[in-house]
Design a protein around this ligand. Structure first.
Ligand code: TRP
Length: 444
């Protein structure tokens, strides 16, 4: 480890940063819909099982590599497997985050635009047709999305240039608790709407007959995406953890917060959708088309309440997106600082320029956007995760892995978890990742 390398202030701060990375758009616009589509509580049970069996082991693999070496992804692989092909994993895990940083920033920009819109004008004053075409018009234009993307990336760059402690840690510490409080308030409001019970039912009613192969592959993929795995993000953040921190409990808490937030988001979104008599959907349409409809309806009855709810909602989306964005931004920055010996400021600017350029292409060309999304989320992420699990399971010495998870034996309670983890990582996780990978290409 470099002598003056920063580390997080405490284990709790590491959890905040990791949870910030995990909690993002995936929790708000994909999880609720998936739960409803695939059998409510039945899907949630499968989701939890997938997290325990697949996602947490991968989380631990990345954490072990990061904390052991105290270096960011490429450097970590160079240190652990010098001169071998394993160092290629590091390359993947810088390209992937760079791509996600770019297109995620476009979406983050949309949330800034909608936040400003909800502050300065009201959705309530618009007809349903107007709202329906608003999103298409906005994303179809050039200046609006590009400016919004620039603003979002600039905020991320400012946080990153401030460093690990003053930037990432401080931002996560002060933004996550209010984010959770805001979402809980929205949830209470949403559930209290007349007709909301159908949405609650959609989320919780267990329907085991819907649990087909597709549902299980979706649960795996979502749990994976939601914990930001396979991209070197967990690796990089873990490299800022103290040698005394407990990797196992850190991963467990991150997963608990991530799932808790996803469930809250589900109870914000779905009751409101059903109360308004609309069809649930997933993706950008849910956040930027369906929900503004609902806010418009509310606006007719109570303009002030509508404004407050809208502002709070888009502010929450923005914070959730920012805490994820900075975690990817940091992967690229850490590489430039540590391996290319750049100053942090210079590295931040360089990543900004590259991510801004790719982001502009994503903002104006939907095909580029879809390409970046597909390649990073479905190909690079799964291959990255596969490589991490194979590296820990088959290449790294077992004793070293155990030492890292038990802090050289000083956390004897972790030894049992280690045994289960090691078995899963060697034999089960690679198969699971293979299934997720194939499910991207096969419809079943
Ligand atoms: N976990 C984030 C979400 O739920 C998205 C994400 C996927 C991500 N991969 C990542 C974030 C890698 C940071 C790094 O929206």
């Amino acid at each position: 480890m470099e002598p003056n390398r920063e580390i997080f202030g405490s284990n709790l701060m590491a959890i905040f940063a990791l949870a910030g990375s995990a909690i993002g758009l995936g929790n708000i616009w994909r999880f609720p819909y998936m739960v409803g589509q695939h059998g409510g509580a039945a899907f949630i049970i499968v989701y939890i099982l997938c997290t325990l069996v697949f996602s947490l082991p991968i989380f631990y693999c990345e954490s072990i590599i990061g904390r052991r070496t105290g270096r960011s992804s490429i450097g970590a692989m160079r240190q652990l497997a010098p001169g071998s092909r394993w160092t290629l994993i590091g390359v993947f895990t810088v390209l992937g985050p760079l791509m996600i940083t770019s297109f995620y920033s476009v979406v983050g920009g949309w949330s800034i635009a909608y936040l400003l819109r909800s502050c300065f004008s009201s959705f309530g004053a618009m007809s349903h047709e107007e709202i329906g075409s608003l999103f298409a018009n906005f994303t179809g234009s050039v200046w609006g999305p590009v400016l919004a993307h620039t603003a979002f990336l600039l905020i991320s760059a400012i946080i990153i240039s401030a460093g690990v402690r003053k930037g990432i840690e401080t931002f996560s510490k002060y933004s996550l608790p209010p984010l959770v409080v805001l979402m809980i308030l929205l949830m209470v409001y949403s559930i209290s709407l007349p007709g909301a019970h159908a949405g609650v039912e959609y989320m919780v009613k267990p329907d085991f007959s819907r649990l087909d192969a597709r549902a299980i592959a979706s649960a795996m993929g979502q749990s994976f995406f939601s914990l930001s795995l396979g991209m070197g993000t967990v690796l990089t953040y873990a490299s800022y953890m103290s040698k005394k921190d407990n990797i196992i409990s850190t991963g467990a808490w991150t997963a608990v917060f991530d799932l808790g937030f996803a469930l809250i988001a589900g109870f914000v979104v779905m009751p409101a959708v059903f109360a308004a008599g609309l069809e649930p959907q997933a993706g950008p349409g849910l956040v930027f088309e369906t929900l503004p409809f609902i806010f418009a309806d509310m606006g007719a009855a109570s303009p002030l309440l509508s404004k407050v709810v809208t502002v709070v909602f888009f502010l929450s989306v923005l914070i959730a997106a920012l805490t994820s964005e900075i975690s990817m931004y940091e992967v690229c920055t850490a590489y430039l600082v540590e391996e290319r010996k750049m100053s942090r400021r210079k590295a931040t600017v360089l990543v900004f320029v590259v991510a801004w350029s790719i982001g502009v292409a994503c903002a104006v060309l939907p095909k580029v956007f879809d390409f970046c999304d597909f390649v990073s989320s479905n190909v690079l992420m799964t291959l990255g995760a596969l490589a991490f699990s194979l590296f820990i399971g088959w290449r790294m010495k077992k004793a070293v892995v155990e030492a890292e998870l038990t802090n050289d034996g000083s956390l004897p309670g972790n030894r049992k978890v280690f045994k289960v983890f090691y078995f899963l990582t060697r034999y089960i996780v690679p198969v699971g990742i293979g299934i997720i990978f194939l499910s991207n290409f096969i419809t079943f």
